[in-house]
Design a protein around this ligand. Structure first.
Ligand SMILES: CSC[C@H]1O[C@H](OP(=O)(O)O)[C@H](O)[C@@H]1O
Ligand SMILES: Nc1ncnc2[nH]cnc12
Length: 295
């Protein structure tokens, strides 16, 4: 594959466990030094664009949000050749402006997850990437246009509150998150977005609103049957969106500043690198080590 080709990694959220439109499709097991990814990766293409699809919770929705191995998932997608990631997620709405059925490109996060492995880095390789602008605006724009081309309604920005789960929020929590400015809520966007940035993969999160969460006093609290019904209603639009997204990408991929997010982020003196950790980072940060070897 040449250096200017798109290879789109798609992380399919609740309700999206495969993509029928993929041509020459094959499920491939990808080994990662970070442990077991959620499933094999469905490799194929849509038109001229190579696609690597990973169902976030595995086929059959086996994995709890807090037990997802997001490091293995991101590493495996990069190992499978992904240059960019379009993640798709079911979310609850914390905003009157985002009713169930609406799709929205997330552009900010508030991370309230607890105890999840949220970095590839550790003692012996310390790096601090910027998360001020946590998503790739170029991919987000393509995603919004793709929803509209597929016949859906899409909003261009939302702040996503990542909660630990798996229980849904209490009414008090839901109201508190609204007061913080959060507009949608889910259980998986973090640390996924942080890890994609550490792996220098441009990442966009297209959220499908499935419910109103529990902040509306007059309405019943959220339950999973309501979410599944809305997910089923959204699923066909999500599939058409993925197709439209791939078909609308420019023929060649110009570089993104996120491709080099680790430049100027690593603070450890190379003499102090932990060789074992460096070996595990072969795919995530291999670009840096190849360069160090040349010098
Ligand atoms: C099925 S309801 C809760 C579940 O749905 C979302 O998953 P995903 O982000 O993978 O679409 C949410 O984060 C929870 O994991
Ligand atoms: N209300 C909600 N809270 C957390 N995650 C969700 N995923 C879909 N709806 C959700």
């Amino acid at each position: 594959m040449s250096g200017d080709e798109w290879v789109i990694g798609i992380i399919g959220g609740s309700g999206l466990y495969a993509i029928d439109a993929l041509e020459d499709a094959q499920w491939i097991a990808v080994k990662s030094p970070w442990g077991e990814p959620s499933d094999e990766i469905l490799c194929g293409r849509i038109g001229r664009v190579q696609v690597r699809f990973l169902p976030r919770h595995g086929r059959g929705h086996r994995v709890l949000p807090g037990k997802l191995n997001a490091r293995a998932n991101i590493d495996a997608l990069k190992r499978a050749g992904a240059t960019d990631i379009l993640a798709i997620s079911a979310v609850g709405s914390l905003s009157e402006a985002l009713p169930p059925g609406r799709f929205v490109a997330v552009d900010q996060f508030i991370d309230q997850t607890k105890g999840r492995a949220s970095s590839f880095f550790d003692t012996g390789f310390v790096a601090h990437v910027s998360m001020g602008d946590p998503v790739c605006q170029r991919l987000s724009r393509f995603a919004v246009e793709a929803v509209r081309a597929a016949g859906g309604e899409a909003s261009e920005s939302a702040t996503y509150l990542a909660m630990e789960g798996p229980q849904f929020s209490s009414r008090a929590e839901s109201k508190l998150y609204r007061s913080w400015g959060a507009e949608v809520i889910g259980m998986t966007g973090m640390p996924e977005a942080k890890l994609a940035r550490e792996a220098e993969l441009p990442y966009a999160l297209l959220a499908m609103v499935t419910d109103w969460d529990s902040w509306r006093d007059s309405a019943a609290a959220v339950d999973v049957s309501e979410i599944i019904a809305q997910m089923q209603a959204n699923a066909s639009l999500a599939r058409k969106t993925v197709e439209a997204f791939c078909n609308a990408l420019p023929a060649t991929r110009s570089p993104s500043p996120i491709d080099t997010a680790l430049d100027d982020s690593v603070i450890t003196n190379p003499d102090m690198f932990d060789p074992e950790l460096v070996a595990r980072l072969d795919c995530v940060a291999g670009r840096l080590f190849a360069r160090a070897d040349e010098n």
